[in-house]
Design a protein around this ligand. Structure first.
Ligand code: SF4
Length: 342
């Protein structure tokens, strides 16, 4: 069963696998790492333009290490989960400074770097260095849980351990690099979330979920927990010339290092209102969901004649139509600016 499973996957990959994704041009650690990080939580088609822009601007790990974090974040705007971009920058610096610009070659060593988990470390070491280790990204989890009917939510430790054990048990002895890509491709193109193409699947004869007609049970769903809703007011100041004031957030925490608007409580806004150059005006509310809570945002617009008409704030910057690409913006700030600048 063990060799048969991997053989079938590899034979399928040779004919039907994806061989022309931008990060497959050279299977070296830097592009593989960047693509793996971008592909966490994000679809391939969305990632491709981001990946191409990122590689054009930072073609090597050393170029990324030398870059300003602000610029890295600005190229990440829209991909979300900004901790990923901050960790990329940190890791690039560690590799440049302590590893002479060369990536560690084993999964164990790669795991020591910020933002690189077991599956990403496995993908880099298997694809680039042929290390015989498993990966378990979202696509592979789906395939393994269905073929072997491993129930339970993969975010729970016990289920994750079963999935890892099975993923390791079916590893081939040769062509680990191709096998790793093959498993990702199988999950991304055949064993997709809804309506998998079981007729075209190389392992359909062995698939327990298919045999039991219970594909939709795998992988198990995340147990539902209701998230609390918090609310905040964002103060948006705009000049006659169309410049909008931003404030850079502290480096750590939510939207760390990104540009947003100063946040206020209702009491703070009430106290500030008599001192504002014009009456504040409410814009349409926005809702932004984080992993653990929802944030209800009430943007308040204050229009002024020119930049000097309002006292300066810490870490302020002014964005306009001409320079909006230059800032790493959190998603709500991006939406508010789009509304105001059209
Ligand atoms: S047979 Fe269907 S459910 Fe089973 S692994 Fe293949 S595509 Fe996925």
């Amino acid at each position: 069963m063990k060799q048969a499973f991997a053989d079938k996957v590899l034979t399928w990959f040779d004919v039907f696998g994806r061989h022309d994704l931008p990060w497959q041009k050279s299977l070296t650690p830097y592009p593989v790492w960047i693509s793996e990080i971008m592909l966490q939580q994000t679809q391939v088609q969305t990632v491709i333009p981001y990946f191409n822009r990122f590689m054009a601007r930072f073609p090597s790990v050393k170029a990324l290490a030398r870059a300003d974090l602000d610029e890295v974040l600005s190229l990440w705007t829209g991909l979300g989960y900004y901790a990923r971009a901050r960790n990329l920058h940190k890791t690039a610096n560690i590799i440049s400074e302590f590893h002479q610009g060369e990536f560690p070659r084993s999964q164990q060593d790669l795991l020591q770097l910020p933002g690189i988990g077991r599956s990403t470390a496995g993908a880099i070491s298997a694809i680039c260095f042929n290390e015989r280790v498993a990966i378990l990204d979202g696509n592979v989890k789906r395939v393994i849980s269905r073929v072997f009917a491993i129930g339970g939510y993969p975010g729970q430790r016990e289920t994750a351990e079963q999935l890892w054990a099975k993923a390791e048990a079916v590893l081939p002895h040769d062509r680990i690099n191709a096998y790793t890509q093959a498993m990702m491709d199988l999950g991304a193109t055949v064993c997709v979330g809804k309506a998998p193409l079981c007729g075209a699947c190389p392992v359909n004869e062995a698939c327990l979920a298919l045999e039991r007609q219970s594909i939709s049970d795998y992988p198990g769903k995340k147990p539902k927990v209701s998230k609390p809703t918090r609310s905040t007011i964002m103060l948006v100041v705009k000049t006659q010339a169309g410049e909008i004031r931003l404030a850079q957030r502290p480096p750590e925490g939510i939207w760390g290092g990104l540009y947003s608007f100063p946040e206020l409580t209702q009491e703070e806004l009430d106290a500030l209102t008599p001192h504002l150059p014009s009456p504040p005006r409410a814009l349409a509310q926005l809702k932004h969901s984080f992993t653990h809570f929802h944030l209800l945002i009430e943007p308040i617009l204050v229009e002024i004649d020119a930049i000097g008409d309002i006292p300066r704030i810490d870490r302020e910057a002014w964005v306009s139509e001409d320079n909006s690409e230059a800032f790493g913006l959190c998603r709500p700030a991006q939406k508010i600016i789009q509304t105001l600048l059209g």
